[in-house]
Design a protein around this ligand. Structure first.
Ligand code: HEM
Length: 82
């Protein structure tokens, strides 16, 4: 899968609803997590708080994301970079 496409933050910010797809960023990479939102152990509603922008501020508060298994989930959904 080609993950080299470069997006701007403005473009990412347009994707913050289920209808427009749910995009998030993490460490300079862009992910479309739409198909995983309902599987989030913390609930789709919490995941949606980060929709269209960076995960970092949320993951700083919820440190259970700081583990390889969580990185592996994200990796599957990479669509590009910032
Ligand atoms: C739990 C992934 C976004 C809040 C988890 C877990 C995973 C995960 C794999 C389970 C961790 C474990 O216990 O081993 C993700 C991914 C996200 C995302 C891939 C983005 C695409 C968020 C956001 C928030 C959040 C934005 C907060 C606003 C939580 C909370 C839990 C959790 C509170 C604990 C749920 C519980 O154990 O009851 N997340 N997360 N997550 N996440 Fe997320």
């Amino acid at each position: 899968k080609d993950t080299s496409k470069v997006y701007t933050k403005e473009e990412v910010a347009k994707h913050k609803t289920r209808d427009s797809r749910i995009w998030v960023t993490h460490q300079g990479k862009v992910y479309d997590v739409s198909d995983w939102a309902d599987l989030h152990p913390g609930g789709a509603q919490r995941l949606m708080l980060a929709a269209g922008g960076p995960l970092e501020p949320f993951w700083a508060m919820y440190q259970q994301h700081n583990q390889p298994a969580v990185r592996n989930i994200l990796q599957q959904f990479q669509i590009g970079e910032l």
